[in-house]
Design a protein around this ligand. Structure first.
Ligand SMILES: Nc1ncnc2c1ncn2[C@@H]1O[C@H](COP(=O)(O)OP(=O)(O)O)[C@@H](O)[C@H]1O
Ligand SMILES: [Mg+2]
Length: 393
């Protein structure tokens, strides 16, 4: 399941994919016409049965399904369950005949987001029902994603925090034993391990915190990326100086965003450029170009070890590290945090890399003019011109 589809479609102003399941051609036509007249940006696919609908779900990830309760030889309520199994976040609206309110309540108990009486289908009612249903399903998807994230966190905490905590206990016990034995030098050695392990734990907690903070409520404003880069470099000053790394940049634009999040993003990318470099001097170059009207393309290029082609997409997933990273400490949350930050800004992030030579991280950000048009945060379903596709059959 590609969970990003609905909100991405909305953010891009793409048409919502709507599946109409009804055996009556007249009823399907009425729904399609109401959608067209509602002014929503939507593409419709029609089927006569749940069976056909399930096979249509193999070919398209629908945002919304309008399901007739009365389908010959099929149970509309069972259909809701089957559709949800196929597409867990599809927004289902049950269309009922007059006086079927009890059925409608049962449909909603089973997971339908809304119901609409066929007698009352018109541009306004269909628009309200679809908008509500889409909002509900987006909310459900968010809850599901957060639950998933929590489970991942619990797993990482178990593996990455409990084991060093146990090491600290063991080392502390050994310090006590060595001191009792009268071997303070050996005790000092164990004390060193305790300090290193505690530092690693504290870095991990910091990274986890940073990842969760990328979801916090923030305000968007004009952000001078030159200034953001200076702050990111200042925060990395110890690392840059210790490694003798060189960070250079061309003049960067002012974008529409949240400064602390963008500083965090640059810090993560530059930090990676330094960490994943075997050359004596890590060189990181930050550049920007205007991609299209009011969208900036920023790149961060290094002379590091590179990322194998097959892993260039997965490294943006939480807790995923490339096979080349094994020797170096890390959590696999840095790029996932960057992805979250960029998606909150309505942009995209990806990488291109030549293994053994260099990696460039690209990301897009809205220019300041975007502030006047819209917020980069996900908003209500797209509203614009009608784009309903006719029936397949
Ligand atoms: N600039 C880079 N050069 C080479 N590999 C990189 C670079 N940035 C990220 N990676 C790879 O992507 C993985 C994910 O990066 P990140 O999420 O920051 O996690 P980590 O905590 O491992 O640094 C890293 O483990 C590493 O394998
Ligand atoms: Mg990292």
């Amino acid at each position: 399941m590609n969970g990003a589809s609905i909100s991405n479609r909305k953010m891009d102003g793409q048409a919502a994919q709507i599946l109409i399941i009804d055996d009556d051609e007249g009823d399907r036509k009425q729904i399609r016409r109401a959608i067209r007249q509602s002014g929503m940006k939507a593409a419709c696919v029609e089927t006569c049965s749940i069976k056909e609908a399930l096979s249509a779900c193999e070919r398209c990830e629908f945002d919304c399904a309008i399901v007739d309760y009365w389908l010959p030889g099929e149970d509309g309520l069972e259909g809701i369950t089957a559709l949800q199994q196929k597409l867990p976040f599809v927004a289902i609206i049950m269309s009922t005949g007059h006086g079927d309110e009890i059925v409608a309540v049962e449909a909603m108990r089973r997971g339908a987001a809304d119901y609409i009486s066929k007698a009352l289908v018109n541009a306004v009612s269909i628009r309200i029902a679809i908008t509500r249903a889409l909002e509900k399903s987006i909310l459900q998807r968010k809850v599901w994603e957060q639950q998933n994230e929590l489970e991942n966190f619990a797993r990482v905490l178990a593996h990455d925090l409990i084991s060093p905590a146990a090491s600290v206990q063991t080392f502390a016990r050994r310090i006590a034993e060595r001191l009792q034995e009268g071997s303070p030098e050996k005790a000092l050695q164990y004390a060193d391990y305790v300090i290193q392990t505690a530092e690693r734990m504290s870095r991990l907690i910091g990274t986890l915190h940073q990842y969760t903070q990328a979801d916090a409520q923030v305000t968007f404003d004009a952000v001078d990326l030159n200034q953001a880069l200076n702050e990111a470099q200042a925060n990395l000053q110890n690392l840059i100086q210790a490694q003798g790394s060189v960070v250079t940049s061309k003049t960067l634009p002012t974008v529409f965003g949240n400064a602390p999040l963008l500083i965090q993003l640059l810090q993560n990318l530059i930090g990676n450029g330094i960490k994943y470099c075997d050359d004596p001097v890590a060189r990181i170059q930050v550049e920007a170009s205007e991609k299209d009207e009011n969208t900036w393309l920023i790149s961060v290029t290094d002379n590091g070890i590179g990322i194998p082609k097959a892993e260039q997409k997965t490294v943006f997933e939480p807790f995923v590290r490339a096979s080349t990273a094994r020797k170096r400490e890390g959590t696999g949350l840095g790029l996932a945090t960057c992805k979250k930050i960029i998606e909150r800004h309505g942009g995209a992030i990806w990488c291109e890399s030549t293994p053994g030579a260099s990696t460039t991280l690209f990301f897009t950000l809205p220019g300041v003019d975007r502030a006047a048009c819209s917020s980069p945060e996900p908003g209500p379903p797209a509203e614009s011109c009608v784009d309903a596709q006719p029936a397949r059959r």
